[in-house]
Design a protein around this ligand. Structure first.
Ligand SMILES: Nc1ncnc2c1ncn2[C@@H]1O[C@H](COP(=O)(O)OP(=O)(O)O)[C@@H](O)[C@H]1O
Ligand SMILES: [Mg+2]
Length: 305
């Protein structure tokens, strides 16, 4: 018979070197786990001296610098023996190509034109793929925090020129590009971020519009203005469907420890997906109200130990 020791269980909360103590929004997880008799500590994902096998579970949290180093990040995830969300989920979710899979399965997503660098598009070919009417967005398929994301106007030759330059620079850097219509309801209704723990919807937060023009690039992420909001039934339904499809696609029976589903409104007011975040979402627990998202997360972590 194996004897379990009384050793205190240890959880690593993976973060990045510029936030070695985690994002402030995530720090309460440490106290919530301590209340449950579990020791949790921040760990920097690319710190070479960490013994990842020493943790009973590593939970990905504020690893916000991964996007320019996605391969390195995924190699790290492969090396961590017990990781949530696990490496296969991170691999699938860190490339927004997953939106095509969700769309094919009937989840409403923002209509997107996909440009792959292997096609060696000329400037002219890039130009012809940009919408003729309405503002549009150029962004890389691997990105976080609105980095390298810009908003452009087709009616202005100067703006079109900047958009082409933006897309061509990303493609020349070997990065695949997405072109989308700018969803104007983002300016009035914002984005609704639905937070799920262990497959259960907990609470929502509203994120205001971020894009005013060509790529703002400095910094780890664009500063976000958030507020509390109630999710509608229709939003919860679309978000749940997106998560079900993601699990089916990944062949998972287990629920995701954490998930955030970001929705915007179509012209008719119905929800559509802008992003499904299974990697390192802010969970905006400060907007949870009575939803007890923090307790749910701590319980779900303990249940995985
Ligand atoms: N098609 C779009 N219409 C309106 N706003 C957009 C669109 N695409 C991106 N944005 C804005 O840019 C931000 C970042 O884009 P997103 O796709 O969420 O990527 P990430 O958060 O991974 O950088 C969004 O929060 C939103 O404010
Ligand atoms: Mg986003």
């Amino acid at each position: 018979m194996t004897t379990t020791t009384d050793r205190q269980q240890r959880v690593g909360l993976a973060t990045c070197s510029v936030l070695p103590d985690l994002d402030p929004g995530d720090r309460p997880i440490i106290g919530a786990l301590a209340d449950r008799g579990v020791t949790a500590e921040p760990v920097v994902w690319d710190d070479p001296d960490v013994d990842w096998a020493a943790y009973d579970l590593v939970v990905v949290r504020s690893t916000w610098d991964y996007s320019p180093r996605r391969d390195e990040f995924l190699r790290w995830a492969d090396r961590v023996p017990r990781l949530a969300n696990p490496a296969d989920v991170l691999r699938w979710n860190t490339d927004k190509g997953y939106l095509r899979t969700l769309e094919a399965a009937g989840v409403p997503v923002i209509p997107t034109i996909w440009l792959d660098p292997s096609r060696h598009f000329s400037k002219r070919a890039v130009h012809t793929r940009m919408p003729a009417f309405g503002d549009f967005v150029v962004k890389p398929v691997v990105s976080a925090g609105a980095q390298d994301t810009g908003r452009y106007q087709p009616v202005s030759a100067q703006s079109r020129g900047l958009a082409i330059q933006h897309a061509v620079e990303l493609l020349d850097g070997g990065r695949a590009v997405m072109i989308q219509p700018y969803v104007t309801s983002v300016d009035t209704a914002g984005e609704t971020c639905l937070v799920f723990v262990d497959g259960q919807f907990r609470h929502a937060a509203r994120k205001n519009a971020l894009l005013t023009g060509p790529r703002p690039t400095a910094g780890l992420y664009q500063e976000e203005t958030m507020s509390a909001v109630e999710a509608t039934e229709a939003q919860i339904e679309v978000a749940t469907r997106a998560l079900d499809v993601a699990r089916a696609e990944l062949g998972r029976t287990e629920q995701f420890l954490y998930a955030r589903v970001d929705l915007v409104n179509q012209d008719d007011g119905t929800p559509m997906l802008i992003e499904l975040e299974l990697t390192e979402p802010s969970l905006w627990m400060q907007y949870a109200g009575d939803a007890k998202t923090l307790d749910a997360l701590a319980d779900a972590i303990v249940a995985r130990l």
